[in-house]
Design a protein around this ligand. Sequence first.
Ligand code: KIV
Length: 278
Amino acid sequence: MARKTVLDLQKMKAGSQKIAMITAYDYTTARLVDAAGVDMVLVGDSVGMVVQGLPDTLGVTLDDMAYHGRCVARGLQQAHLTVDLPFMSYQLSPEQALASAGRLVKEGGAQSVKLEGGERSAPAIRKIVEAGIPVVGHVGLTPQSVHALGGFKVQGRGEAAARQLLRDAEAVQEAGAFCIVLEMVPAELAAEITERLYIPTIGIGAGPDCDGQVLVVHDLLGLDSSFKPRFVKRYAELEQPIVEAVRAYVGEVRSGAFPTPAHAFHRRKGAAKVARLY
Ligand code: KIV
């Protein structure tokens, strides 16, 4: 089965078909979400928070992204793979951005790369696209700027902020991105941007009118019951069943109930005891 391309995804907007995107960071999860029919898989730099246990995405490296990218790539049959450019791997210059994007394609299996920022990131997007690497933009809440933004907050509230966000989205499209993520943006503004752009918008906390949606797989599956932002819908509550399954295993190891003879390998009939061979 062929993997979805940039053209397939753009055709989905043209045909008013919604795009389903989800994050993954390893082979097994990639295999499962691909089998579920997701259109795009994102190896997000959210790997820093949900896999590495960091407080934000700032510590994630390009090596980390290339490693998780190739793990995920091995699990995909049909979904398109986008890999995030992490903090400080593209901000220095368009040349640095291109070199980093090239590594994610060559070493991380990326079909496209995602980077954060609007007007300020346009030169980097243009440089990467000119080299033949598709780019996904990301505006609104851009977690790599968490310190400048003063936290993980809704963006584009108020007229001036909304106008800037629209300019940012248009700059990303103008620079050649094939798709754009809108994160934590008022639903009405996201709808307006979606209507103005010819490239697909993928929302997270941006309401129902975007051309697609993205969620972090750990949030969708309910792997951390203490994390429940308003924009997340949990399609399963897996934290407790996982803890209970492992607790049952620990109990059976301690009691000797596991393994049973059925879980063990046995000597061939008539084989001598090892002690007798010496
Ligand atoms: O890193 C990430 O997972 C993301 C999505 C939340 C869009 O950028």
